[in-house]
Design a protein around this ligand. Structure first.
Ligand code: PXG
Ligand code: PLP
Length: 447
């Protein structure tokens, strides 16, 4: 079939037309019987196939940080694809890959000096875990093979990521996972922390669980700990005051690498370029994706400390130091999108804009606290989690009803279980914030 894709997007789809696609993380049959189709985006908005305007409360899926339809990005992509569509990344290079690495590390904490490119957050997680294992081996600590994640963590859907991840539905159907994985406890606690403003006060001691795992296995067997500084996908779980610092100290004491998975918290979501800077804790590796290209093309990266890269740069110069990489690592078109994106972030001050809006955002979110359905509101930067009391015997149904009703009223939110997550483009204005929470208030009265 030869069709102009934009024209095709506006042709109505029958139920039969939708059958062949197996949709990810979606109730396929329910969706196909009652589809929600998006065909256009600009600024803070999407438009549905029927032409309804939808306020984007989630930056697509936590990724369109500079807002939709940025012509700087689409032009850079169009020019690059016309000039050179693809270049092999193994034993070959193209200039944009090096330039993007330079720009990316400028945003990272001092001392994090090298970037490895991949195509998604899941690949970035796998890459970071493999670098951790190979690094321990290279420095003569090859018994350090255990990996530690955290309950309720989300680290993508690769086997490495679901092994260290802690969301049961993402794990339970898939049999064996990586051996030698432990989990720290999550830090979620409604009775201590409900309706906290800023970071919750209770829970820093939970980082000491790492000492318990060290006592159990011995530090000489543990390679790395991976956590999200703010857990996003599980429904916005904030780090208790002092928790990340304590985790850093414990990792240092025991020679364990600390990996921050900043797929969601990266690129300005918290009010700093990375949560590492926002919370004043420097990990050994940062995993990022999503906002790196403003969601326009798939791309992720692992940023590592100087010492990790240096450890690999020994042996004969002709030796490949790390047997790892993807066909599309540092894809030239994705690099063009990434460079254009980072340029927009810098010119428009978007990586710190969440800090300017955070208190307005928090106040607007906390106004939902009086609704009977709402059992917690937690915010940081331009993130909010609104937790609903589940309907008896129907977990998740209440939030899903809120999601579909919000969509019917022209706004996109994200739900996980009975939690509504919001993470708008960082270009959001106060009037959009009012609209977002105003509509949500009306909707939450009906569910
Ligand atoms: N790590 C974290 C912390 C993430 O949030 C990934 C890794 C995986 O990235 P990719 O690009 O492989 O999807 C993510 C992705 C949700 C939701 O429900 C969040 C993500 C993905 C899908 C749904 O909020 N985050
Ligand atoms: N499977 C086969 C048969 C391959 O040849 C390759 C790459 O060459 C892959 C999987 C991995 O694909 P990618 O590099 O896009 O991750």
């Amino acid at each position: 079939m030869s069709v102009n894709p934009i024209a095709a997007a506006h042709l109505p789809l029958s139920r039969e037309d939708m059958e062949a696609l197996w949709m990810p993380f979606t109730a396929n049959r329910q969706f196909k019987n009652n589809p929600r189709l998006l065909t256009k985006s600009r600024g803070m908005h999407y438009w549905t196939q029927e032409g309804r305007e939808i306020l984007d409360g989630v930056a697509g899926l936590w990724c369109v940080n500079a807002g939709h339809g940025r012509t700087e990005i689409s032009q850079a992509v169009a020019e690059q694809i016309a000039e050179m569509d693809y270049a092999p990344p193994f034993q070959m290079g193209h200039p944009l890959a090096f330039r993007l690495a330079n720009e990316l590390i400028k945003l990272a904490p001092a001392g994090m000096t090298h970037a490895f490119f991949v195509n998604s957050g899941s690949e970035a997680v796998d890459t970071a875990l493999k670098i951790a294992l190979a690094y321990q081996r290279i420095r003569g600590e090859g018994t350090r093979t255990r990996l530690i994640g955290r309950e309720r963590g989300y680290h993508g859907v690769g086997f490495g990521g679901i092994s260290v991840g802690g969301m049961v539905n993402n794990r339970k159907a898939f049999g064996v996972q990586l051996p030698g994985v432990d989990h720290l406890p999550h830090t979620f606690n409604l009775s201590e922390n409900a309706f906290s403003r800023g970071l919750p006060k209770w829970g820093a001691h939970l980082a000491d669980e790492l000492d318990r795992l060290v006592a159990l296995h011995d530090a000489s067997n543990i390679a790395a700990v991976i956590v999200e500084p703010i857990a996003g996908s599980t429904g916005v779980v904030l780090p208790p005051v002092g928790y990340l610092q304590r985790l850093r100290e414990a990792c240092d004491r025991h020679g364990i690498l600390l990996i921050f998975d900043e797929v969601i918290t990266g690129f300005g979501r918290t009010g700093s370029p990375f949560a590492a800077q926002e919370f004043g804790v420097v990990p050994d590796m940062i995993v990022c994706a999503k906002g790196l290209t403003n969601g326009a093309l798939p791309m992720g990266a692992v940023i590592v400390k100087q010492g990790i890269y240096d450890a690999f740069m020994h042996g004969p110069e002709a030796a490949i130091e790390l047997f790892h990489g993807y066909t599309y690592s540092a894809h030239p078109v994705a690099c063009a999108a990434g460079l254009a994106t980072l340029d927009i972030y810098a010119r428009e001050g978007l990586l710190t804009r969440a800090k300017e809006l955070a208190s307005y955002w928090e106040d607007a979110a906390q106004q939902l606290a009086d609704l009977p359905a709402v059992i917690d509101v937690r915010t940081y930067g331009l993130i909010a989690g609104i937790e609903l009391a589940p309907l008896a015997g129907k977990p998740g149904a209440r939030a899903f009803a809120a999601f579909t009703e919000c969509f019917a009223r022209g706004q996109l939110v994200r739900t996980t279980g009975d939690i509504i997550a919001l993470s708008p483009p960082l270009i959001i204005e106060k009037s959009h914030i009012d609209q977002l929470f105003g509509t949500l208030r009306e909707v939450l009265k009906t569910v």
